[in-house]
Write a protein that binds this ligand. Structure first.
Ligand SMILES: Cc1cc2nc3c(=O)[nH]c(=O)nc-3n(C[C@H](O)[C@H](O)[C@H](O)COP(=O)(O)OP(=O)(O)OC[C@H]3O[C@@H](n4cnc5c(N)ncnc54)[C@H](O)[C@@H]3O)c2cc1C
Length: 356
């Protein structure tokens, strides 16, 4: 295996302090950090980052086995360094493998191939494109780059500092997060299930108007799913239906547990393939606007968590429900961090841009 590498040097007044902050940040994100005076090494799951101080000069080094991973490590090091007070203005230019590339290695351009309404409010769009094997991964989601209606696509490009340069102006794409529902790399296809919600932003509006041949960009994939367990608790509204469907169909047939899913009405339920030992409970909003109640949180809190089994609890929900469930699992149930994952999939009254 060939190891690819890139390096950048930056002059900083207080390099030791910045390195300490970076190490702290990456440790908080559960990466293994080996720190010694004047140097540090961060073991990412996709490669290695290292930091070395020589007086006021900090050398950053990224190593990985492919250009996409290398770019991701360069991005993580550069982005977090520039977020630190006093380092925002630091001039950082990477040299080495992949640094002359003019397109983002993880970007794929795909076109609408098929459109299928799964329920009145859930539309599956199957996109066709090349080189999609990277999306056939345990990672759960992608960022969809959606050109404004009627505009030709203009994509972000690599920045010399490792941070992509985003297009500006009327052609700039919107970025939205969606679950990879299905990938057939051999057929060059990736499917995404879109909720057709009220007050649609660029994501839902694209799904509503999509026609054969429309173009979007993909970035990713990212985001973990569930860890191995004997008993699972899964919770979500219709935005998490694609993720729950995907999790259920990949669990071992012996898996047990409960899935609680909130949808608008009976017609919004899906026939989900699931292990026999996982009970599905559907909740209906029956007229209440999505995200306007905590019924889902209350229903999930009422599910007793077995004490004598290995457990994993997962939720993808509106922000308020996410907050309630995360607090419940952490504080009331005492589930350790590696035994639960709650994610805010959207926030009522806020576009995804506003939360970025
Ligand atoms: C990891 C992850 C995976 C996701 N996977 C999927 C997926 O597979 N399918 C999917 O449809 N969504 C998914 N989502 C949720 C999706 O990203 C959000 O719903 C997103 O806001 C949709 O973008 P938009 O452009 O339509 O609306 P935005 O521009 O983001 O928001 C516009 C308005 O719509 C409201 N809004 C957003 N979503 C909803 C909703 N569901 N119901 C009612 N109002 C809403 C907002 O509060 C805002 O007022 C996922 C989110 C995450 C974080």
């Amino acid at each position: 295996m060939t190891l690819l590498a890139a390096e950048a040097q930056v002059h900083l007044a207080d390099a030791e302090r910045h390195v300490a902050h970076l190490c702290e940040h990456f440790e908080e994100h559960d990466f293994l950090v080996e720190a010694a005076p004047g140097r540090a090494r961060i073991a990412f799951d996709i490669g290695t980052g290292s930091l070395e101080i020589d007086r006021d000069r900090l050398t950053l080094r990224a190593e990985a086995d492919d250009t996409t991973r290398l770019a991701a490590i360069k991005f993580m090091l550069a982005q977090h360094l520039q977020e630190l007070p006093g380092a925002a203005e630091a001039r950082l230019i990477w040299t080495g493998d992949g640094c002359a590339d003019t397109t983002l290695p993880s970007l794929r351009e795909v076109r609408v191939r098929r459109i299928e309404d799964l329920t009145p409010h859930l539309r599956r769009i199957t996109f066709g494109g090349q080189d999609l094997a990277r999306y056939d991964a345990p990672d759960m989601h992608i960022h969809l780059l959606i050109p404004p209606e009627g505009q030709p696509p203009v994509w972000p490009v690599p920045g010399a500092n490792g941070i992509p340069v985003w297009p500006e102006g009327p052609s700039a794409p919107a970025m939205r997060t969606y679950t990879v529902r299905r990938v057939d790399a051999a057929a060059g296809e990736i499917a995404v299930d879109f909720v057709l919600h009220d007050a649609p932003g660029p994501g839902a509006a694209f799904a509503a108007r999509a026609r054969f041949g429309d173009v979007v960009g993909l970035l990713g994939p990212g985001g973990r799913g569930v860890a191995q367990a004997d008993w699972y608790l899964l919770a979500g509204d219709e935005t998490a239906l694609p993720a729950i469907a995907r999790i259920l169909e990949r669990l071992s047939p012996e898996a047990t547990g409960v899935a609680v899913i909130e949808v608008g009405e009976v017609a919004d339920e899906l026939d989900l393939a699931h292990p026999e030992g996982i009970a599905l409970h559907w909740l209906h909003r029956t007229g209440a606007p999505a995200g306007s109640t905590l019924r889902l949180a209350e229903a999930v809190k009422a599910v007793p968590i077995p004490q004598d089994r290995s457990v994993f609890a997962w939720a993808g929900t509106e922000f308020e429900t996410f907050k309630a469930l995360r607090a419940h699992w952490r504080k009331t149930c005492g589930l350790p961090r590696d035994r639960h994952l709650a994610v805010a999939y959207w926030r009522r009254g806020h576009s995804e841009d506003a939360d970025a």
